[in-house]
Design a protein around this ligand. Structure first.
Ligand SMILES: Nc1ncnc2c1ncn2[C@@H]1O[C@H](COP(=O)(O)OP(=O)(O)OP(=O)(O)O)[C@@H](O)[C@H]1O
Length: 207
């Protein structure tokens, strides 16, 4: 999966969040999207995920030399973000089974290994709405990272995680990022230290 940004911009009403971004994201690389609160990181990620259309420019998605239409992109990506909700009424096992009806498991993972990875076997039949915010964050990250898709999008991946959770996330992402394109929106070094490339969204404001 490669993504080419051709002079893209996004505005809300008359305010440009970012403009004139020309960039190429390549498979096998991890990219950190940096910027302070409100600078446009999440908006940028939503545009890349084709959940928002760019207000200017074009995005080209290619996988195995074939162009992918933006409305098919959802099949190629997984996303973990604070604004992405789990299904609160589901039990943990129902949530996992539901997710993996829509996406395949990354090779080497299945229902059992994900449950082990989460260390939540005791909470298998508990509804998600009774989980702590840190437990929910671990579930979101495990579902996203263990899905067999070439594009992995992580927005503030360590939100609600304690130090042990941060180490758990780093271990998970190290195990699962090989041969994929990974984008991490962040303003905390601890969550993007593994990224080979850095993009500052503030470099693309009001130019
Ligand atoms: N749907 C919307 N309508 C209008 N303005 C919006 C909308 N979504 C975001 N914005 C504005 O776009 C700007 C960028 O917001 P965004 O959430 O992308 O920033 P961010 O860098 O991800 O912030 P944070 O680090 O706080 O999550 C902000 O000024 C925000 O108010």
């Amino acid at each position: 999966m490669d993504i080419s940004l051709e002079d893209i911009g996004r505005r809300f009403n008359r305010d440009w969040v970012f403009r004139h971004i020309n960039y190429r994201f390549e498979i096998g690389q991890s990219y950190a999207i940096l910027g302070p609160n409100g600078s446009g990181k999440s908006t940028f990620l939503q545009v890349i995920a084709a959940n928002l259309v760019p207000s200017a420019g074009h995005i080209r998605y290619t996988a195995a030399d074939k162009e992918i239409a933006p409305d098919s992109l959802y099949q190629y990506l997984s996303l973990a973000a604070p604004y992405m909700e789990l299904i609160e009424e589901f039990t943990l096992i129902e949530q996992i089974r539901f997710h993996f009806k829509l996406k395949n498991y990354l090779p080497g993972f299945d229902e059992e290994t994900i449950m082990e990875l989460l260390s939540l076997q005791h909470a298998k039949d508990r509804q998600i709405r009774f989980f702590s915010s840190g437990m929910k964050q671990r579930v979101k990250l495990a579902l996203a990272c263990c899905s067999d898709v070439p594009l992995l999008l992580l927005d503030e991946p360590t939100s609600n995680l304690d130090q042990q959770g941060v180490d758990w996330y780093l271990n998970l992402v190290t195990k699962t990022r090989t041969d994929r394109l990974v984008l991490v929106c962040s303003n905390q070094e601890k969550e993007y230290g593994f990224c080979e490339q850095i993009i500052n969204i503030v470099d693309y404001k009001l130019r």
